[in-house]
Design a protein around this ligand. Structure first.
Ligand SMILES: Cc1cc2nc3c(=O)[nH]c(=O)nc-3n(C[C@H](O)[C@H](O)[C@H](O)COP(=O)(O)OP(=O)(O)OC[C@H]3O[C@@H](n4cnc5c(N)ncnc54)[C@H](O)[C@@H]3O)c2cc1C
Length: 250
């Protein structure tokens, strides 16, 4: 339950409010407000900070943390694979409230957009009371405490290169049992230039070494055993890596 509500006008003010006990940062609120178990909280709403918008410069896109998922879907600056993954993240009603920063903060285990951003090597800019630092999304997902009482202000990723994504779900519109996405830099495939990420093989979306898929230990659930998911991971990885290795988008 929200007991106090703040809508700061500056990042400094927002950071000060976010450092208070029981503060909870609200972006689109679709995840925070659905958390019925949360007790008394001071809501710090980021919507007046001007953190939205997509810019493209020198082969890089910079996406403000408050950019709506629907604005990603509709932006010509965002690579097609990421636009499609943003579309798959949630229905249009949610996409018109949910933000890219909130999607990172919510850390949904099956977020296809997070997997896509991992494959693109996304960098998250995090403001704290005394610094502004860049962290790889991979580091943030590996250590959620990094966000702490900071505020994510932007996400940057290459706008160039080739990417492909594929998935297997119970139905085409269902969330995937396993999903794979790969990105290769514009210079083409060379050792280390291809990044593969997946959902459904670990507690959160992860970067996967294509040579070590057999070592994965995916969680089992009613949709698929660990062994089945490992098999899916191998098949889907082969597909997306073949596509990006041939310089195609999918
Ligand atoms: C009906 C429904 C369907 C959904 N379907 C999906 C789905 O298919 N896939 C999926 O992944 N999710 C889904 N979600 C969950 C949720 O909508 C998404 O994770 C959404 O992208 C969260 O974005 P938001 O801006 O609303 O975040 P919020 O709810 O505002 O915040 C989420 C978390 O991030 C933190 N946060 C937000 N912005 C910042 C920032 N700039 N800096 C620091 N911390 C921040 C918040 O404090 C909070 O902990 C669904 C939710 C609903 C209600």
């Amino acid at each position: 339950m929200i007991t106090e509500y703040f809508r700061p006008l500056t990042l400094e003010e927002a950071l000060a409010l976010a450092s208070r006990p029981d503060a909870v940062i609200i972006a689109g609120g679709t995840s925070v407000n659905a958390d019925a178990g949360r007790s008394g909280a001071n809501a710090v709403d980021l919507q007046a900070l001007g953190l939205e918008g997509v810019e493209s410069r020198n082969g890089t896109i910079r996406i403000g943390a408050m950019t709506l998922l629907q604005d990603l879907v509709e932006s010509d600056l965002v690579p097609d694979v990421l636009r499609n993954l943003a579309r798959r993240e949630a229905p249009s009603t949610i996409r018109n409230a949910a933000t890219i920063g909130g999607t990172i903060g919510a850390m949904d285990p099956e977020s296809e957009l997070l997997a896509g951003l991992l494959a693109y090597g996304a960098i998250v800019t995090l403001a704290t009371a005394d610094s502004m630092t860049d962290h790889s999304l991979n580091d943030i997902l590996s250590d959620p405490g990094l966000i702490g009482r900071g505020i994510m202000t932007a996400v940057t990723a290459p706008s160039t290169g080739f990417a492909a994504a594929d998935r297997t779900g119970r139905t085409p519109m269902d969330r995937p049992i396993v999903m794979a996405v790969a990105h290769v830099s514009a210079e083409g495939a060379s050792p280390g230039s291809v990044r593969l990420a997946m959902t459904g093989v670990a507690p959160l979306p992860v970067i996967v070494d294509s040579e070590r898929i057999g070592d994965l230990d995916p969680p089992s659930d009613f949709r698929g055993s660990s062994e089945y998911r490992r098999r899916l991971a191998s098949v889907l990885a082969a597909r997306v890596l073949t596509t990006v290795g041939g310089g195609e988008q999918a």
